[in-house]
Write a protein that binds this ligand. Structure first.
Ligand SMILES: [Zn+2]
Ligand SMILES: [Zn+2]
Length: 483
């Protein structure tokens, strides 16, 4: 078109940039953006939103912000696109800030913006802020919206507040598949399997269509509660009574349960006989079980399959190295750990969040940038002494670096979840429960340390990691040390 001398107009730019966002194609998208500038094309809501989406999907957040800042009279759609861009980049705090700024600038949230920000709160477990948001829409049309209600159920569930999730759910005049899925998932995540089962039957009686996702949720409830027999029955029912084909997540529940019980031969048999090709998560779950049950032979086999699937993933090397270490093969373990740095791509940094009053604080592993860093470190040192007296031994095996033992303990101390916990302890009155969110799996040392901290301080500590909820109380964790 360009070659034939036709100049793109606003609608052509709009649709082509939208296409660039879908692909995504940064080169073409950027070219079009520059062309628009040279043509003096003004940014309206649709064009601006498409540009923000395009840059955000192409992983160039700075450019998205540039477009956003350059726009005058931003509508709620533009604000929402920018909030979504931050959220997709894992910048939940920035997304929340932007939502507040939008409110201050007098732009009213619609249901899309509101649901989006509730999802951000859910991911950060920013319960206090979410409750404020919920209160602001109480009694309005927005509160009656099905999408908003479903998002509220999901948010309360992800913050571990089952009663509140249930209240919203029960008050819904009509429920759809998402409503049922959200409430069942809320109970399942907490390991309240029987409540999840009851809701499944209620859903069925209500005449709602049942799909594989519902079975994944119910079976994950079995998994978190350690119910192998039930999980198997649900699996069979899914196939025979509902004629549904299993997905990897259904198998993952059974594999995890078998692994937890140490039935490693059964895990291996199932992996070989699945109707689907086992995915990365399935083999990781097996490798983790091998580590917990100290089975090096099977662990090596699992690791070989993982390497075939995804050579550059550090998590499998970490687990394999751990297996060697727990089996006493320290040289091999060290060798593997060195390979992690060499062969694997960029590691995802460990991040944790904790909400104090109605402000969310973010901590990054190894970073000492929080304004109250000195107090946080002093608290960790104080706890360290008490923990050692109570029998805690730092698990320095999880530190994947060639440093001295003492230094390793220092590194462990700066894991993001420990920093968040220490900050929670010094910022709240004694007895206040703490709720921490972690972006990755919690490491074995932090898990052990949190058990000690819950006992020493008498606090109930909830850690939601990438896998599940851990409820620490009086020296024990609800996952019974299998996660
Ligand atoms: Zn840790
Ligand atoms: Zn746990």
């Amino acid at each position: 078109m360009e070659l034939e001398g036709l100049r793109g107009d606003r609608s052509t730019f709009t649709s082509v940039i939208e296409a660039c966002a879908c692909l995504p194609d940064l080169t073409l998208g950027q070219l079009l953006h520059y062309r628009m500038i040279t043509l003096g094309c003004e940014l309206d809501t649709v064009l601006g939103t498409n540009l923000i989406n395009m840059y955000s999907r192409c992983d160039v957040p700075d450019k998205a912000i540039e477009v956003f800042d350059a726009m005058h009279n931003k509508s709620v759609v533009v604000w929402t696109a920018m909030i979504a861009a931050h959220s997709q980049q894992g910048q939940g705090l920035e997304a929340l800030e932007l939502f507040k700024r939008m409110d201050i600038e007098g732009v009213r949230a619609d249901k899309v913006a509101f649901s989006l920000v509730l999802d951000v709160c859910a991911n950060l477990a920013a319960l206090a802020q979410a409750r404020i948001l919920h209160a602001t829409v109480a009694g309005t049309e927005l509160e009656q919206d099905m999408v908003v209600k479903n998002t509220l159920v999901n948010m309360y569930g992800k913050c571990g507040k089952l009663n509140e999730a249930r209240q919203v759910f029960e008050k819904m005049a009509s429920k759809d598949m998402v409503s049922w899925t959200s409430i069942i998932a809320a109970y399942a995540q907490q390991g309240s399997a029987s409540a999840a089962f009851e809701l499944f039957h209620a859903m069925q009686q209500a005449g709602e269509a049942i799909d594989t996702v519902i079975f994944v949720k119910v079976m994950s409830g079995c998994n978190h509660a350690g119910l192998l027999k039930d999980a198997r029955n649900w699996f069979v029912s899914m196939l025979q009574d509902y004629g549904l084909s299993p997905v990897n997540e259904n198998y993952a529940c059974i594999l995890d349960l078998l692994g937890r019980l140490g039935q490693l031969q059964d895990v291996e048999d199932l992996l070989e006989n699945m109707t689907l090709e086992p995915d990365f998560i399935a083999w990781m779950s097996f490798l983790n079980a091998c580590k917990v049950h100290k089975d090096m032979k099977r662990g090596v086999r699992a690791a070989q399959r993982l390497v075939q699937l995804n050579r550059r993933n550090s998590a499998s090397y970490v687990l394999l190295s751990d297996i060697h270490a727990v089996c006493g093969k320290f040289d091999a373990a060290a060798k593997l750990r060195r390979r992690i740095g060499r062969d694997c791509g960029k590691k995802v940094p460990g991040l944790s969040w904790i909400e104090i009053k109605d402000k969310v604080h973010k901590f990054a592993s190894g970073s000492r940038t929080h304004p109250r860093n000195d107090e946080i470190f002093a608290e960790l040192q104080r706890l360290g002494v008490l923990m050692r007296e109570a029998g805690y031994v730092p698990d320095t095996e999880v530190v994947l670096m060639d440093v001295e033992e003492e230094e390793k303990e220092q590194v462990l101390c700066y894991h993001s979840e420990k920093q968040a916990m220490a900050f929670g302890l010094i910022s709240t009155p004694s007895g206040t429960p703490l709720r921490v969110v972690k972006n990755l799996r919690v490491c074995t040392d932090c898990h052990t340390a949190t058990k000690f901290i819950s006992k020493i301080t008498g606090r109930q500590i909830t850690v939601r990691d990438a896998n599940r909820f851990h409820e620490f109380k009086d020296g024990f964790c609800s996952c019974k040390d299998y996660w």
